[in-house]
Design a protein around this ligand. Structure first.
Ligand SMILES: Nc1ncnc2c1ncn2[C@@H]1O[C@H](COP(=O)(O)OP(=O)(O)OP(=O)(O)O)[C@@H](O)[C@H]1O
Ligand SMILES: [Mg+2]
Length: 405
């Protein structure tokens, strides 16, 4: 497990020393501050896994620290320690967004428990956010259909590598199932209870990509109005899926290499190195060797990524998968739409088998969905399939029948 970094704000030196010692013994990394203003300045610049502050602090007070933390790192839980019998201040602290409050005298074990709870809460919030996003994208956890020997070989590799922490490079044409394979690796790994965090490297410009991956501190660039943890940190203990990894700039490739080699990252605007323990699965639909030869992708990163390569063959090279995939998509669509049983006609089956599937499994999935909508009766006819696929069996007049594509 990673060490959790705690900011302890306490002006009584004896109390601070005791908490610090006891929390360190329980595996926390403790940073101490004695004054509210200094502590507030730190939560604005650095990221902590949790903050604990005494309410009464000589010159200032703990609410100031709380407000600064809420503003600059809203996901970080703040625990407030109040004096004995001061219910009003405890209520005020909770209203201002404290995760919890403890009343003096505070036992170290009680404090450690509250800190663990607040960190767990933050992690769950992140998990919920990701799952919601996944549901929206309709990703789900569909099973991998594998009737062909080629696909069974892929799954055997998945099973082997899942047990390890090795970096995996998944390659294959667009729509062949790279992301599905990456998820399967995660779900079959000892990290399955951690997060699976996916990022499409081709979708963001360099600066944004860097801050997504590594996080940033407030003020590090225009618009950075709060501290943010990066995906490498969010995926600690889980799996980070770097899709379209070739779409990164040389500058970012250097940083990725360092993160992979040293297990350390630096947030944008912060020199403090942070240990991360995300397992990385990268994917690409491009010919990496060629990109390396052309000087468009760093050779050292290439070798670092392809510790364990998995290549998914295009669908046209494993036609045995076409029908089982089509059947499974049909079943899925029926479950989703609640429509009654339908099946492919012999002609439709032939059309599916004769087509070359340049868009691979994704194209097949869409074709089936469309056909189900088009079908007039319980049977899906060849003519219900998209025209370029149906053309394989129903020759258009005045044109020679096309055998493949
Ligand atoms: N073997 C399979 N069994 C079941 N579904 C599959 C299989 N392969 C792919 N799919 C489905 O096909 C669709 C495309 O797969 P995925 O997104 O993993 O492809 P990809 O290789 O990442 O594509 P791209 O390069 O375009 O990002 C998804 O809906 C996925 O669930
Ligand atoms: Mg993909």
């Amino acid at each position: 497990m990673d060490e959790k970094r705690i900011l302890l704000v306490e002006d009584d030196p004896a109390q601070a020393a005791l908490f610090s010692l006891e929390l360190k013994r329980r595996g926390f990394l403790v940073e101490s501050e004695t004054r509210a203003a200094a502590a507030a300045a730190r939560v604005e610049k650095e990221i902590f896994d949790a903050v604990v502050t005494d309410l009464r602090l000589g010159a200032g007070d703990g609410l100031q620290v709380l407000a600064a933390a809420r503003a600059s790192q809203p996901e970080t839980g703040v625990i407030v320690i109040t004096g004995h019998g001061s219910i009003d201040t405890a209520v005020a602290a909770m209203k201002a967004g404290a995760f919890d409050y403890l009343t003096k005298p505070v036992e170290p074990e009680e404090l450690a428990l509250a800190l663990r709870k607040s960190i767990e809460h933050r992690d769950l919030l992140g998990e919920v956010r990701r799952l919601r996003a996944e549901l929206k994208e309709g990703l789900g956890f569909s099973r991998i259909v594998s009737a062909s020997a080629a696909m069974r070989r892929v799954l055997a590799l998945v099973a082997k590598v899942a047990a390890t922490d090795a970096t995996v490079l998944v390659t294959g044409e667009s729509g062949t199932g790279k992301e599905l394979v990456a998820r399967a690796i995660h779900e079959n790994s000892p990290r399955r209870d951690g997060s699976f965090v996916a990022l499409n490297c081709g979708a963001l410009p360099e600066g944004l990509l860097e801050s997504e991956l590594f996080g940033h501190v407030k003020g590090s660039f225009t618009g950075a109005d709060r501290n943010k943890r990066g995906l490498f940190e969010e995926a600690s203990g889980g799996t980070l899926f770097l899709d379209e990894v070739t779409e990164t700039t040389p500058g970012l490739q250097v940083k990725l290499l360092r993160a992979l080699q040293e297990g350390e990252i630096r947030r944008v605007g912060d020199n403090h190195p942070i240990k991360v323990s995300a397992r990385v699965v990268a994917a690409s639909n491009r010919d990496l060797r060629k990109l390396v030869a052309e000087g468009k992708f760093r050779e050292d990163l290439y070798y670092r990524l392809k510790v364990f390569p998995i290549e998914i063959p295009p669908l046209r090279e494993r036609i045995e998968d076409v029908l089982p995939l089509a059947e499974s998509f049909l079943k899925k669509a029926r479950v989703r739409t609640g429509s009654p049983g339908s099946q492919f006609s012999p002609d439709a089956v032939r059309a599916l088998g004769a087509y070359a599937w340049p868009g691979n499994v994704r194209e097949l999935e869409h074709a089936v969905e469309r056909a189900l909508i088009m079908a007039a009766g319980p049977q899906i006819e060849a003519g219900d399939l998209p025209p370029e696929i149906a053309a394989g069996v129903s020759p258009a007049p005045a044109r020679k029948p096309r055998r493949k594509r």
